[in-house]
Design a protein around this ligand. Structure first.
Ligand SMILES: NC(=O)c1ccc[n+]([C@@H]2O[C@H](COP(=O)([O-])OP(=O)(O)OC[C@H]3O[C@@H](n4cnc5c(N)ncnc54)[C@H](O)[C@@H]3O)[C@@H](O)[C@H]2O)c1
Length: 345
């Protein structure tokens, strides 16, 4: 088992990464919380696979466990589902001495985390991520949110978990398209911060624990420098502004988030090369790695780039793009919106 520490003053926590950890989750958790009750939130795909193992291990560690199961998918990051969770927890007289446990992908992590951030002004919570995206990215950093009809993640908070417990064996049941979606964020991390990781992905021979550990290390360092996302953390948006246009054009259903980010990264690298910011050849390297991992590099139809202007990274007439200097190094690149649209095909 690997143990990484996230050093945010007064809110430090560990990320435990390994195979077969779920069975010992209760015992492992004991080092981090004395809670006598755990409210486990999961979705209806994950529940039949892993909820029993988790609840048994919690009970074996003298932690009473109750289960809330929400429908799978982005639709659960809603006010209605959140309100249902609040009701269940309040009915069970949850206190700030209890713990909320998110067992699932980024949807469950964001939803249960937001419930934990807000109910009774904050309840400790633990992330047990079960998708590659959640293990390599969303479970670390404390961003939690639900969606609003006007946009994704518009209602949220920063609420760091007490522990992230990552059992890489859970990825064995993940559908291939979901795995590839997580791979897009993994490739992004390599592209912005770790040329060594990127090279490993190019060879396509790696152990998942190693990949997850490298990704958590990157995310941890970025979050330690800029917990509240006002500066350096923004490099994590590489490919996302362009990807947003691709997702919006497809009505948020044709491409999943990872596929849109993949296309977005290629577009951002292409623009970077055109502007002389990005080392020539970088776009080709990105395209190769994405294709190797089953991700698209180009959209099916000509992109409607102006759709990216509804992205939340827009600041008045300026949009803060993330561009690569080279593989492993990103820069923030603010541009005037009208200039950007002139540059794009
Ligand atoms: N908080 C952050 O920092 C952050 C960062 C990136 C993304 N996100 C959010 O993450 C969400 C996407 O997360 P996701 O890609 O994990 O999606 P998800 O949570 O919807 O999971 C994808 C699908 O896989 C299923 N699943 C999960 N684990 C499984 C397993 N082990 N075996 C079989 N099926 C499994 C789920 O039921 C779901 O159908 C988005 O809402 C996004 O906004 C948050």
């Amino acid at each position: 088992m690997r143990r990484l520490r996230v050093n945010i003053p007064e809110r430090e926590y560990d990320i435990l990464i390994g195979a077969e950890l779920l069975r010992s989750a209760g015992a492992l958790m004991r080092e981090y919380t004395p809670a006598g009750r755990a409210f486990v939130v999961t979705d209806s795909n994950v529940a039949p696979l892993y909820a029993r193992i988790l609840c048994e291990s919690l009970r074996a560690a003298d932690c009473e466990a109750s289960l809330s199961i929400v429908p799978p998918g982005e639709g659960s990051k809603s006010e209605a589902v959140l309100s249902g969770l609040y009701a269940q927890m309040l009915e069970a007289h949850i206190t700030r001495g209890d713990v909320i446990v998110a067992l699932g992908g980024g949807v469950v992590g964001d939803l249960a985390g937001y419930a934990a951030a807000t109910l009774l002004r904050g309840i400790p919570f633990i992330q047990i991520p079960t998708t590659l995206l959640a293990q390599a990215d969303s479970s670390v950093g404390g961003k939690v949110a639900i969606n609003h009809p006007r946009g994704k993640n518009l209602i949220g908070a920063f609420h760091q978990p007490k522990l992230v417990l990552t059992d890489t064996d859970t990825l064995k049941t993940l559908p291939p398209r979901e795995f590839a979606c997580g791979m897009a964020e993994v490739i992004k991390h390599g592209a912005i911060a770790d040329a060594g990781l990127f090279a490993l992905l190019h060879e396509n021979e790696f152990a998942l624990t190693e990949i997850v550990e490298k990704n958590c290390t990157i995310k941890r360092h970025i979050v330690e420098q800029d917990e509240l996302d006002t500066g350096g953390r923004m490099v994590l948006n590489f490919g996302h502004t362009f990807g947003h246009a691709i997702e919006a054009q497809g009505g948020f259903s044709r491409y999943n988030h990872g596929e849109a980010v993949a296309i977005g990264m290629v577009a951002a690298a292409g623009l970077g090369e055109k502007l002389g910011v990005t080392e020539p050849g970088t776009t080709d390297q990105l395209r190769e790695v994405l294709t190797l991992h089953g991700l698209p590099a180009l959209p099916d139809e000509a992109p409607e780039w102006p759709l990216m202007l509804s992205d939340k990274k827009r600041d008045g007439d300026t949009i803060r793009l993330v561009l690569l200097k080279t593989i492993g190094e990103a820069v923030l690149y603010p541009v005037a919106v009208n200039k950007l649209l002139e540059w794009l095909p």
